[in-house]
Ligand binder design. Structure first.
Ligand SMILES: Cc1ncc(COP(=O)(O)O)c(C=O)c1O
Length: 396
């Protein structure tokens, strides 16, 4: 398992003189610190001993109920038993790998895809089937050809994908569900950003469309769903969840138990207490307002300062967008130059299964973490650097 470039980069970008668009960090000034303080006090006062005791591997009841209620809003009857609490969606990815993947298995993924999944599943020496994406998400003709090869899983981030910011359209989601039905496939729907939509229409989740298609009202189809409180509350609590069909859930619970017994009882109770009485929904609305403004500011600044040779697409939500420099520009090499300009991004190469050859000219920008004034200045610095490298390119 290699150390993640992004984690290494994050260390460099913590220098105070650098404007960083690198990490996937939420805005720290929006963390509801006071609410968390009050909730911690209430949890410890009312359930102190329980909060500090070992708990069930599946997770704390109230939290599982809260998640089940939120996941049922689209019409599928999700229950507590469908939910396993994990220490962040990243642990969910790890456990799914342990339960379902074997050495050399086939995995269908968007290209580029989430780097943390590539890292977690590297030990399985997977055979990757990459599916190209456009502004509506996956190319389903390619996916259909891939499904004939019988890959073990499909892994997708259908909403505001990390790193591209692309969303799988409703039409393609429906077509994907039909394909899953035809080929009896399983998709991992990793959805950390789904609630952070700033423009466009809400699109139902794959697990909802899957249930609709098969006429079921329970969570028992072709989808394993990953959720997290990292982007809608705080990543430092390390609380996420997996919703899975019963046969798979059984094995996931065993893997969770073997891995770390259970996620911290105290933090699970804390999250449930913070979220209750509609607080989480209100908080998400506030995040949406702030992040939408920051996204727009970044897009405007890119229009103003970036050379015309650089391309990008507007994301309808989430925390990221991906930009494409001309292919002769190596954005991994340029990272050091960017630091000299006192600005940081994540080079895109590591998000591509094919690495530098496929995505060396790409870079990911996060718009949620920097304050508005910093966004304009940081993009200006990046724009200056890109103008320089493009102007001095001998073949240009
Ligand atoms: C697509 C995707 N999946 C999973 C994760 C991990 O989230 P968590 O903090 O819940 O482990 C992230 C975090 O950035 C992500 O972007």
């Amino acid at each position: 398992m290699a150390r993640s470039t992004i984690r290494e980069i994050l260390k460099l970008t913590q220098r105070p003189d650098i404007i960083s668009f690198a990490g996937g960090l939420p805005a720290p000034e929006l963390f509801p610190v006071e609410r968390v303080k009050e909730a911690a006090d209430r949890v410890l006062t009312e359930h102190g001993a329980e909060a500090l005791q070992y708990g069930a591997s599946e997770g704390v009841r109230d939290l599982r109920d809260l998640i089940a209620e939120r996941m049922s809003r689209g019409g599928v009857n999700v229950t507590r038993d469908d939910i396993l609490i994990v220490s962040g969606a990243q642990q969910g990815i790890d456990l799914i790998g342990k339960v379902l993947l074997e050495d050399g298995d086939g995995l269908a993924v968007e290209d580029p895809t989430y780097m943390g999944m590539l890292q977690a599943w590297r030990p399985y020496n997977l055979c990757y089937y990459t599916v190209p994406t456009d502004h509506d998400g996956l190319d389903l003709d390619v996916l259909r050809r891939i499904l004939r090869e019988n890959p073990k899983l499909i892994y997708l981030v259908p909403n505001f994908q990390n790193p591209q910011g692309v969303t799988l359209s409703a039409e393609r989601r429906r077509a994907l569900i039909e394909l899953l039905d035809e080929f009896d496939g399983i998709v991992v729907e990793d959805n950390p950003y789904g609630e952070l939509r700033y423009s466009g229409e809400h699109i139902p989740s794959l697990y909802e469309l899957d249930a609709q298609y098969s006429g079921k009202t329970t969570f028992d189809g072709h989808v394993i769903y990953l959720g997290t409180f990292s982007k809608i509350l705080a990543p430092g609590v390390r609380v996420g969840w997996i919703a899975a069909p019963p046969a798979i859930m059984e094995r996931l619970v065993q893997a969770k138990q073997a891995s770390d017994l259970h996620t911290s009882t105290l933090t699970q109770m804390l999250v449930a207490e913070v979220a209750r009485d509609g607080f989480l929904d209100e908080h998400v609305e506030c995040l949406r307002d702030v992040y939408e403004a920051r996204r727009d500011l970044m897009l405007e600044a890119m229009e103003t300062y970036f050379p015309k040779e650089v391309r990008w697409a507007k994301p309808d939500g989430g925390l990221f967008l991906m930009a494409y420099a001309p292919e002769y520009v190596d954005m991994t090499d340029m990272f050091k130059v960017a630091l000299e300009h006192k600005v940081a991004y994540v080079p895109g190469a590591d998000f591509f299964v094919g690495g530098t050859a496929a995505g060396g000219h790409t870079f990911r920008l996060n718009f949620s973490n920097a304050r508005p004034a910093m966004i304009d200045e940081g993009i200006k610095r990046l724009g200056a650097m890109l103008h320089e490298v493009i102007a001095f390119q001998p073949t240009h």
